[in-house]
Write a protein that binds this ligand. Structure first.
Ligand SMILES: [Zn+2]
Length: 289
């Protein structure tokens, strides 16, 4: 879908500066490799250089840009008055989408705790629409299914409902609440680096099951911009909802579903990239298959 505004500046000039704070991500730019990192990280997640002393910087918020129609083209999956769904910009599986609310600005999932009842309702709405997209745009597409998934004849809608996962990251990559949906199998690279460099790593990724459980307790939590997510995990741990237990369950399921569904064939690839230094893009060698 084509954007209505060519740049963030042209949008702000026409609509007013009150939108400015919605259009920025808070980041720490790595001094060595230039990667923008989540503002709570201690070291760059690309080159591991310390981020101590790096001043808070800003990047353009692509997701609120999508909502207002600024700059970026969207690989759109679904839209209505309240929800926008699109392909993840750094897809690690062929079915990897994000659902965002369009009527409210919620920088990240922690703020849902200010009003757990409404927060839960919002997540459930995003969940319903995300599942609808997975079902109608992927699973009902026989050509897609036979290419990416293995042995699907016996699988029912209920089975698939249990095979995808959803959740939110904190800190997020883009500062607008987004519920991420992913149906394995992972692309080989993503599978290979996990779990050491999992896209949805422990501490940062919250499975939807955890978020729903925490919100269903209806215990408002006084979230401020600087509230560490660890203090939220600790608080709900004391209420009997263990983040680690939910995360472990998520990880096991993710592994199991990848192995169950993976359908890559040698002929799908041109070659193999061998990386000498783990977690680095340096010293890569390419071998043609
Ligand atoms: Zn770096």
């Amino acid at each position: 879908m084509e954007p209505a505004f060519g740049t963030y500046e042209s949008f702000l000039q026409q609509k007013g500066n009150q939108f400015q704070s919605h259009l920025q991500n808070k980041v720490l730019l790595c001094r060595k490799c230039g990667k923008s990192n989540g503002y709570t990280l201690k070291a760059c997640n690309q080159c591991h250089t310390s981020l101590a002393g790096v001043e808070l910087g800003h990047t353009e918020n692509a997701f609120t840009g999508f909502i207002y129609g600024i700059k970026y083209k969207i690989s759109l999956r679904y839209s209505d008055e309240e929800v926008l769904i699109f392909d993840d910009m750094l897809q690690v599986s062929s079915c990897h989408i994000n659902a965002i609310p369009t009527k409210v600005y919620i920088p990240d999932w922690r703020y849902l705790l200010l009003n757990p009842t409404e927060g839960l309702k919002l997540l459930e709405k995003l969940e319903e629409k995300g599942w609808y997209c997975i079902k109608t745009q992927f699973l009902m597409n026989e050509e897609w299914k036979s290419k990416y998934l293995r042995d699907t004849k016996e699988l029912t809608e209920e089975d698939y409902k249990d095979m995808y996962y959803a959740g939110c990251n904190y800190p997020p990559s883009q500062f607008q609440l987004h519920l991420q949906f992913l149906l394995p199998p992972y692309r080989p690279f993503a599978w290979h680096v996990a779990p050491t460099m999992s896209v949805n790593g422990r501490g940062r990724f919250c499975p939807l099951s955890y978020l729903k459980k925490v919100l269903s307790l209806s215990l408002p939590f006084p979230v401020l911009p600087e509230t560490p997510v660890e203090s939220i995990y600790q608080f709900f741990d004391l209420q009997g909802v263990s983040y680690d237990a939910y995360y472990d369950q998520h990880l096991q399921k993710e592994r199991r579903m990848h192995r169950r569904l993976v359908n890559w064939k040698v002929e799908d690839f041109e070659g193999i990239v061998v990386v000498d230094t783990p977690n680095s893009t340096q010293n890569q060698r390419f071998y043609k298959l």
